[in-house]
Ligand binder design. Structure first.
Ligand code: HEM
Length: 396
């Protein structure tokens, strides 16, 4: 049996972190770990091994028997200790839960939503234009767009939307510094869905309603309906997965373009390049930098022993900058070809909403570039990551 010192735990990367302000300089950190220590140990969040190389992450994604998601792939937790469906569920139950919503997110179904998405993006871009010369486009476009699109799709009543940003901020962004705030917001969010499900049950089945909540309420798993606990867990996860990720993706694309006039003008003049550019922004500035797993049976990655029961973090953001896969990995090239990345994961838990997230990102960029003839950063201190303010100078 090897000791912790022999396994290199003591002298590893005890401070390695992938949340909050740690993301400010994370790309330098990725470069270093990819070159020198592609598997390492951090003492954060109860201790975890990180895996940084693209191929190792893909292999772990493909091997859920060795790298399970239970008790949770979200580290630290999203303000709840209940396993979230389907993200925290391992095979065999996982596929039963996942397939309930798969048909809603096919490319064909997302295509049908595009006219509505374009209209929303156009209106928001016009509001940005009429808001003066210095505008927070995170508050005016990147955050409201997914709230409007996803809330309609999911069936969240419009009068409830104003509270959503606070829950997201407290549950996702404050959970590391203020876990008790995240748990309190988590209870509020759970109670919100409990009330919404009560109301929907009381109203009875409505043939005209085809939203995600309706789909979940009528779904069957192995011949039975979902329990209230399962419904709540599914609703909770969809809310946190469907809004914030896309807001970050839109904000980070605009953050980059605001600082790079040449790329901005190139995309404005060649909108057919926007989908490719979106992939490059997802590769380099992805909203989900890492997700956790738990080792089920002892294994070895890059010569490092990982023991059953230990936590592992797949650092998608590092894998997406692996020099063995990408030429000049830290360069953002909006015309990069063959851009297979890990922004949506890569195994059985691959993002269910990837077609929707992509479409929203592309349409937001298209409409914003069309409506706004020039924009640049007004505050260089605003970071590339998160959904905080992005203050832009808007001009001719
Ligand atoms: C650009 C936006 C988005 C990004 C970058 C993103 C990224 C991810 C990532 C990295 C995972 C985990 C994959 C893994 O560990 O293998 C995931 C899972 C998931 N995402 Fe997304 N996501 C985005 C948008 C969305 C949207 C709009 C939805 C709306 C429904 C969504 C729903 C989900 C669900 C349900 C899962 C869990 C799938 C499963 O466990 O089978 N995501 N996403």
């Amino acid at each position: 049996m090897s000791t912790e010192a022999e396994r290199g735990i003591a002298d590893n990367k005890p401070d390695f972190d992938f949340h909050g302000r740690a993301l400010d300089n994370i790309f330098d950190e990725y470069e270093e770990i990819l070159a020198k220590r592609p598997v390492g140990h951090s003492e954060k969040y109860g201790g975890f091994w990180y895996i940084a190389k693209s191929e190792d992450i893909f292999n772990a994604e493909q091997d859920p028997d060795t790298f399970a998601v239970g008790p949770s792939m979200i580290l630290p937790s999203f303000g709840t200790d209940v396993p979230l469906i389907p993200i925290d569920i391992d095979p065999p139950a996982h596929s039963d839960f996942r397939k309930i919503l798969l048909p809603m997110f096919t490319p064909m179904n997302i295509k049908k939503l595009e006219p509505g998405m374009k209209e929303t993006a156009r209106q928001l871009a016009e509001e940005v234009l009429s808001s003066g010369e210095v505008v927070d486009v995170s508050a005016k476009l990147a955050r409201p767009m997914p709230t409007i699109i996803f809330s309609r799709l999911a069936g969240y009543p419009e009068e409830d939307w104003p509270i959503f940003d606070r829950w997201i901020d407290e549950i996702i962004y404050e959970r590391t510094a203020k876990p008790e705030t995240a748990y309190a917001a988590g209870r509020e969010l759970n109670d919100y869905f409990d009330r919404l499900l009560d109301e929907r049950e009381k109203a009875g089945p409505d043939a005209a309603k085809d939203d995600l909540i309706a789909q979940l309420m009528k779904a069957e798993v192995k011949g039975r309906k979902l329990t209230r606990e399962e419904l709540l867990s599914y609703c909770y996860l969809l809310f946190l997965a469907g809004l914030d990720t896309t807001a970050w993706a839109i904000r980070s694309a605009l953050w980059y373009l605001a600082g790079n006039q040449k790329a901005q003008q190139q995309l404005r003049e060649n909108p057919d390049m926007i989908p490719g550019a979106a992939e490059e922004f997802l590769r380099t500035l992805s909203p989900v930098q890492a997700m956790a797993r738990t080792v089920k049976t002892d294994t070895v990655v890059q010569g490092q022993e990982l023991k059953a029961g230990e936590r592992v973090v797949l650092v998608f953001g590092a894998g997406n900058r692996d020099p063995e896969v990408y030429e000049e990995p830290n360069e953002i090239k909006i015309d990069r070809e063959n851009n297979r990345h890990l922004a949506f994961g890569g195994g059985i838990h691959r993002c269910l909403g990837s077609n929707l997230g992509r479409a929203e990102m592309v349409i937001a960029m298209e409409e914003f570039l069309k409506a706004v003839p020039h924009f640049e950063r007004a505050n260089d201190a605003e970071p590339w990551h998160g959904v905080g303010p992005l203050t832009l100078k808007i001009g001719a």
